[in-house]
Design a protein around this ligand. Structure first.
Ligand code: SAM
Length: 379
């Protein structure tokens, strides 16, 4: 019996800043006994909840099913333990696999070498049995395995998501600084927007925030375009149960009212990219998009503004950016009365340039940026 079968505990990899938010989401999806750890949350789930969380989570990057954990100080020990796993339970000769290793504060200190040892154990197990071996494909494998070693404690897991869940499949085209989908989903969740008032992104870029808002409102499962999940390779995979879970969640998808979600961007090419991405999603055609400088926009009274303004060198010198953020503050004050605005700042120093009193600020790091999400209530 593998570890996940014994105690039904899984690990959801989640960015540290949004673990609390993810714990709430996972609990809504049926996870129990949620416990926060560095890099994610542990939770207990029956198979049905495991399938549901994989199909619907907007905040977790992957969900790992631990197969075996053990004290491990040398790569020799790692190899020997790994050979005890009956790898044919998960991998067949026709399938490809890849190993992702993360090693810290341990005698084994090279994650690449550790992953090679695990790979050798798997390949040798097959060779000894049949003389043949499955192939490794680190780009797009059928089976993703995870090796985590911390303080000389190793955990070998199967990635039940089958690759990072932030790849929703709607991003057909991109711009230079797109938001990561899980971060955009966190922004939408922090805003508590429920569709009772309109939502507007005046600097929509490739439309990530709009896509996540649409998926949230219409209850579109985050994995709607995913062709295969890693849990399909678990030995106790229950296909009829997965079909049932998927059907139930797909049935909940609802229409998007006209003009509930709108977006604009100064660049016509970028708006075209956003349109391509958004219309890929069910009901995406109902989102109104315009090529418009936000200063020329009518704004939005009594609604929700959610946006991720530009930052960094691409926008030119500091003075230009300072003026840009001042004018964004003026736009919100004058054209968005009665609205709440959620602005994601890639660089914190611009928060003071906007000239508005923040209701709250939340750290939200992403892709090496020490970003902040700031809420403003505009009267
Ligand atoms: C950081 S990007 C937004 C990225 C977006 N969240 C995404 O996921 O693709 C900022 C966007 O602001 C747009 N922009 C810059 N100045 C603008 C202005 N004055 N009015 C409207 N959009 C503007 C840029 O064209 C760019 O697409």
């Amino acid at each position: 019996m593998y570890e996940y079968q014994k105690d039904k505990i899984y690990f959801a990899q989640v960015a540290n800043d949004i673990r609390e938010l993810a714990a709430e989401e996972l609990s809504e999806l049926g996870a129990r006994e949620i416990r926060s750890e560095y890099g994610g949350v542990y939770f207990n789930a029956e198979k049905e909840a495991l399938y549901r969380t994989n199909y619907s989570t907007r905040l977790a990057s992957r969900i790992l099913a631990p197969l075996m954990s053990f004290h491990c100080r040398t790569t020799d020990e790692l190899y020997k333990k790994a050979k005890k796993i009956k790898w044919t339970d998960f991998i067949s000769l026709k399938k490809t696999f890849a190993i992702f290793a993360n090693v810290s504060n341990s005698m084994i200190n090279n994650s690449h070498y550790a992953s090679l040892c695990l790979k050798d154990a798997i390949v040798d197990s097959f060779r000894e049995m049949s003389g043949e071996r499955p192939d490794v494909d680190s780009g797009d494998p059928d089976i993703w395995l995870n090796l985590y070693i911390r303080k000389d404690h190793a955990i070998i897991s199967l990635d039940t998501s089958g690759g990072s869940l932030h790849r929703r499949g709607y991003r057909k085209d991109s711009v230079s600084a797109p938001m990561q989908e899980t971060v955009a989903a966190a922004v939408i969740k922090y805003s508590q927007w429920d569709g009772s008032v309109p939502l507007y992104d005046p600097m929509c870029g490739s439309g990530t925030l709009l896509c996540e808002a649409l998926m949230h409102y219409c209850k579109i499962p985050s994995g709607i375009f995913r062709e295969r999940f890693g849990f399909e390779f678990l030995p106790d995979y229950d296909k009829p149960l997965w079909t049932k879970v998927k059907k139930e969640l797909d049935r909940q998808i609802r229409q998007l009212p006209d003009r509930l979600i709108t977006g604009s961007d100064i660049s016509p090419e970028t708006v075209n990219i956003a349109r391509t991405n958004i219309t890929h999603l069910p009901h995406g055609g109902k989102i109104k998009l315009d090529a418009l400088d936000f200063k020329e926009s009518e704004g939005l009274h009594n609604g929700v503004i959610i946006t991720n303004p530009p930052y960094g060198v691409r926008m030119g010198d500091r003075q230009t950016l300072d003026l840009f953020y001042e004018s964004l503050g003026d736009f919100l004050k004058q054209k968005c009365k009665g609205s709440s605005a959620y602005i994601y700042f890639g660089e914190r120093e611009f928060i003071k340039k906007i000239g508005l009193k923040a209701t709250w600020k939340k750290p939200l790091k992403t892709g090496g940026l020490d970003g902040r999400l700031v809420r403003y209530d505009l009267f």
